[in-house]
Each structure stands twice: as C-alpha cells, then as structure tokens.
Write a protein that binds this ligand. Sequence first.
Ligand code: URA
Length: 246
Amino acid sequence: MDEQSEDPIAQARRYLTDIVVFEGAKFIVPAGGQAVEQPPVPVAAEVPQPATVATAAGSEGSAELESFRRQICDCTRCGLGATRNEFVFGAGNPAAGIVFVGEAPGAEEDRRGEPFVGAAGQLLTKIIAAMGLGRGDVYICNILKCRPPNNRDPQPDEIAQCEPYLKRQIEIIQPKVICTLGRFAAQTLLRSGESMGRLRGRAHQYEGIPLVATYHPAALLRNPQWKRPTWEDVKKVRALYDGVAL
Ligand code: URA
C-alpha cells in the first residue's frame, strides 16, 4: 500500500513504531534493535499531521474555556500575581484528546503569555510532531499559571491556590489522556513524593483520566539519554489517545 492510500491513523502508528523525531534528527529503530540516527530531516514533511476536527462539543468547550480564562486571568491569589508579566492560562485545542501539563511558565512564557514557547517548548513541539500531531491538536498548560521569580521551585501555597484552575481546565476539556512533563507536575497531580524514575512507566489516573508521567523537555535537553524512555512514554500517550488498551 502506498502512503497516499494508507489510513492516517495506521500511518501515524507506523511512524510511531518505527521513527523517533527529536531535535530535527530521525531515528530508525529496527525491531528489537539499536536506534540508528539518520541525517536531520524537516519534521513537518516526515510526520503525518491529522487535521483537527471542530465538533459541537469542541466549540462549547472553547467558549467555556475562554470564559474561565477571563474569570481568572487577573488572579492575585498568591504572590506570583504581583511579579508576573503575563498570566499563562494554557494553549491549544479546547476539545483536545491529550493534555500536556508542565510545571510553570519560564521567562519567555511570562513575556508572551503562552506555555512552552522557549527552548524546552521547541523540543515539546518536536515530541508532539513525532506523535503524528501538531500543537493545535493537543492542549498545553502548567500547574502554575504565573512564573516563579528566577524560575525557582513552586511553593506549596502557590500550588494550593493554582491547582484548582488546572482541575477546572481538565473538567472542561475532558481529554482521553493527560501527560505530565517532569517530576513536579507528576508529583502534584498524583499526590506523590516518588521520583520521576519510579513514576514513569506505570499506569496512573487523575480524576478518572489515564495519566502518563514522563520527563520534562528541559531535562531532556540536559540528559539526552532520557529521550528513549520518553519516547516509550509518549507512545503510550498516543495509544491511549487512539483508544488502544495498554
Ligand atoms: N517549563 C514548563 O514547565 N512550562 C512552560 O510553560 C515552560 C517551561
């Protein structure tokens, strides 16, 4: 069968099985074998990009999410309300099947009011592309909506004030699967003190929704050897999104 006539989901799955695209490089993985790095390729040309389908539920969710954003965007519940430049609510498809949850906005996100738009965000975009999706197909947000000064760790009172916002976003979006990025997001949503190494690779749930915990893209930039386990995790995310029982 040629690529033109192949079912887009089957095509995405074939790409998921065989190819990992991170940082502009393509890794061909022979069954059971060692990944072999190929010369860099343009991501968009290599990965099928299923179109986002606007649904009635999607447009209702869109209005509800926007109304919620307007309600909370001037938040001063914690001290970060006084130091932020922009409130970073979240971005993407309000009817997304996948919600990615990071830690908190960094400098670039605080400047632009959008999540994951700095260096780590660029890698996240490539990971999403390697899953056969685009940023507009998924929803991306953080545990905290405002940047902690100097990117310090979020404090318990900040989390306590901000997490209900994320909970409400997830209630509105009703994704099929949540993917937490990094130890902080996983520990917060799973009410756990366990390490990232122990939390990943296991099935979890948040409010009845399957949750896959994986490494933060910023950690992958520092520790490229974690890209392989991350790819295993995001394949699970894609399978849950496709309705495949794990
Ligand atoms: N790191 C995060 O956890 N979130 C962002 O939005 C950017 C960087």
